[in-house]
Design a binder for this molecule. Structure first.
Ligand code: NAD
Ligand code: THR
Length: 368
């Protein structure tokens, strides 16, 4: 009889401490099972040595898209190559694979993701996996799974393992009933895309986990990002990257947005700098957990004029895509990022004229 009583007491203590649903839990704990795919900490993708240097141990999800490789490069410079693991469900190019640790990670596979975090002693997670606005509208069920179910997995793992978590949001988290010029941090958010809906959900869930479970959640709403070395993944702002490539390749650019469509934009170096800065900001400096960041704002016509200063013969035509035009028309035209500037000293380096001066983006007139 005493044994049964002791077992009962032990079981009830265990249940109380594990947040089983019969009391108020401190972290959202899921049922633990055996993963079909075990990833050893010294798996052959690269041997990841554990750092005792006090640097964070970083995982980037969805890292093979437009932004992840650049982020890994920046973070590796700061924290050491082997402290930053890039992950995705796609096969990396040789130069990416050999530039530092890379691992397969499907954010829809909760157990596998948890093993990666545990085996590699991850302390910071940058959650970049997503389906962007245009491809999201083309496949709503997949966008819902990746952007919402995937986020839930990441949030639970981050809370369970006490990670600092960065999730990017977007200008797309606003909609036609938001103030558009400028759009402040706090205002009505009724986006009309699955991408926008999932990003508002991510902002709210992250902030909820912060207040409810103490999760160190940090989020920036990025404008459309312009990069030279990496291709955009199917968004509404992709034209602002494509124009540089097409100017070099053919001297002809066909734009899918109207010439007067004004959207907030940012050069990738500013975007990645802001991401690192907000992650390194002291918690007491952050009066909010989700911030707008801004750099410039232009229309296709204005961008074309800038590019034509280098390639005067560039021919631009307009063939409006109704889906992407409707999305762009519902998004902010200018972004108010005064809270980020006040709280953690955000300051962008690149405006439209500087963009034109960037050697990597500068089209040479080498097309034939
Ligand atoms: N690029 C921009 O202009 C921009 C602007 C605002 C916000 N953001 C946000 O920044 C983040 C990164 O953007 P990006 O432009 O690099 O996106 P991207 O579309 O180029 O890349 C997303 C990556 O997610 C990966 N992915 C898809 N399903 C996955 C899964 N199940 N598991 C793991 N990975 C999966 C894809 O393979 C892809 O490499 C996204 O969250 C995006 O919403 C980007
Ligand atoms: C703005 C951003 O979130 C992305 N580039 C998109 O257009 O979908």
């Amino acid at each position: 009889m005493p044994i049964i009583r002791n077992l009962g007491r032990a079981a009830s203590q265990l249940l109380q401490s594990s947040g089983c649903g019969c009391g108020v839990s401190l972290v959202p704990v899921r049922a633990i099972g055996v993963s079909p795919r075990q990833v050893a900490s010294d798996a052959s993708f690269h041997s990841v040595t554990f750092s005792e240097s006090g640097h964070p141990r970083v995982l980037i999800t969805g890292g093979l898209g437009q932004l992840g490789v650049g982020l890994a490069k920046l973070l590796r410079k700061r924290f050491g190559k082997n402290n930053v693991i890039l992950s995705d469900i796609r096969k990396p190019a040789d130069n990416v694979f050999y530039s530092g640790p890379f691992i397969f990670a499907d954010i829809l596979d909760y157990k596998n993701l948890r093993e990666i975090v545990v085996n590699n002693r991850i302390t910071w997670l940058f959650h970049y996996s997503a389906l962007l606005s245009a491809v999201g509208e083309a496949n709503v069920p997949l966008a819902r799974a990746v952007n919402i179910t995937g986020l839930h997995n990441v949030l639970d793992i981050a809370a369970e393992h006490n990670l600092r978590l960065f999730v990017p949001s977007t200008i797309g988290a606003f909609g036609p009933t938001s103030p558009r010029d400028p759009t402040p941090d706090i205002c009505i958010q009724r986006p009309r895309t699955i991408y926008g809906v999932s990003k508002v959900h991510a902002e709210l869930m992250g902030e909820y986990y912060h207040y409810r479970y103490g999760l160190d959640f940090r989020c920036l709403r990025y404008p459309g990002i312009i990069s030279a070395d990496s291709q955009p993944g199917g968004g509404t702002t992709d034209y602002a990257v494509k124009i540089f490539h097409d100017a070099i390749k053919s001297g002809k650019f066909k734009c899918y947005l109207r010439p007067d469509t004004r959207l907030p934009m940012m050069y990738i170096d500013d975007c990645l700098k802001a991401t690192l800065e907000v992650m390194e900001a002291p918690a007491e400096a952050l009066t909010m957990r989700t911030y707008n960041i801004n750099a410039m704002s232009f229309t296709p016509e204005e961008l074309a004029q800038e590019v034509q200063k280098y390639v005067p013969e560039l021919q631009v035509t307009y063939n409006v895509d109704q889906v992407r035009q409707a999305i762009a028309d519902s998004w902010p035209m200018n972004f108010d990022d005064s809270n980020a500037r006040r709280d953690w000293g955000w300051k962008h380096d690149y405006d439209l004229p500087e963009l034109r001066g960037i050697q990597k983006l500068k089209p040479s007139s080498s097309y034939s």
